[in-house]
Design a protein around this ligand. Structure first.
Ligand code: GA4
Length: 321
């Protein structure tokens, strides 16, 4: 069943325009229809009844909060992010900055890169264990959502999408973002994380109860997403837009930091193996001439992504001339 959130307003100063963000009960037998509809309309939905243990969420949040509360000299030992490890302000390699601190971890490296090891060297083993368990949960949830898409769209072979995020070669990552509280409410909008689309298949986001996340609708309007620490927000990425030939929308989103409360979010980016060839699925688009995008490996798209700025329109790299 889709429960529609109460009307949201883009900005209290603007004329109110109610926007309804879909909420999908993941245990409902009809969930797959609602997932597909939401991915087509918004490229975004809120998933409830997800089955992830709430004590795991509490523990991870507590441990991450402890990490970000460490003195800068200790956190810096795990940085700068290259792209993995601890980062402060700088996002990516091309001059993007945000009002943010973060940890970026590769999901399939056994958390063994030098910077990653340094993240956990500053904390108790409990943090690493919670991260590992959380990543497994997120892998399961991404795979379950992609299975729903497969069934609803009649994708063949059956596990075409879900397998991509399930195999050990999947190139997924976990990001923990910390936006420090403001002493005063800023007079104007302050960007924590600038507008962008996610390059992967889907992203699963969870945050504490602090506002800030906004999504961009098809008509270009920005809408604030009310926080809900007991749910997960699912974001369609560029790769899924390409594979569905544009039927699903890779949604532009950003985070503003206009509150006096700190915000902590965790995003699992479910990506395919590096060697996977990404193109519109032939079962959805049988004729070559109907395909909007050419074929690239995930590795090619990812390398291209690292040469861009956060807000760039990366999907142009996939578009046919
Ligand atoms: C956006 C989504 C994820 O946060 C991320 C980001 C990555 C990074 O921070 O290293 C990128 C960005 C993201 C896309 C373009 C490049 C790479 C920063 C940047 C400017 C981890 C990802 O996979 O792509």
């Amino acid at each position: 069943m889709v429960v529609l959130l109460p009307p949201l307003y883009v900005n209290p100063k603007c004329k109110p325009s109610p926007v309804l963000i879909p909420v999908v009960d993941l245990t409902n037998p009809g969930a797959k229809t609602h997932v597909v509809k939401a991915c087509e309309e918004f490229g975004f939905f809120k998933g409830v009844n997800h089955g992830v243990r709430s004590d795991l969420l509490t523990q991870l949040e507590q441990e991450a909060t402890k990490f970000f509360a460490l003195p800068h000299c200790l956190k810096d030992k795990a940085g700068p992010a290259d792209p993995f490890g601890y980062g402060s302000k700088r996002i990516g390699l091309n001059g993007d900055v945000g009002s943010i601190e973060y940890i970026l971890l590769n999901a399939n490296s056994n958390l063994s890169s030098t910077k990653t090891t340094a993240v956990f060297r500053q904390t108790h083993a409990i943090f690493r264990e919670a991260v590992e368990e959380y990543m497994e949960e997120m892998k399961g949830m991404s795979s379950k959502i992609l299975e729903m898409v497969e069934v609803e769209l009649g994708i063949m072979p059956k596990e075409k999408l879900s397998k991509l995020v399930n195999v050990k070669e999947s190139d997924s990552c976990l990001r923990m973002n910390y936006y420090k509280e403001k002493e005063e409410t800023p007079a104007k909008e302050e960007i924590g994380f600038g507008e962008h689309t996610d390059p992967q298949l889907i992203s699963v986001l969870r945050s504490n109860d602090t506002e800030g996340l906004q999504i961009c609708l098809k008509d270009g309007t920005w809408v604030a997403v009310p926080p809900d620490h007991s749910s997960f927000f699912v974001i369609v990425g560029d790769t899924l837009q390409v594979m569905t030939n544009g039927r699903f929308k890779s949604v532009k989103h950003r985070v503003l930091t206009n509150t006096k409360k700190s915000r902590l979010s965790m995003i699992y980016f479910a990506g395919p193996p590096l060697t996977e060839k990404i193109a519109p699925l032939s079962c959805l688009v049988p004729k070559q001439e109907d395909r909007l995008y050419k074929e690239l490996t995930w590795s090619q798209y990812k390398s291209f992504g690292y040469k861009t700025k956060l807000g760039d329109y990366r999907l142009s790299f996939f578009e046919k001339q």
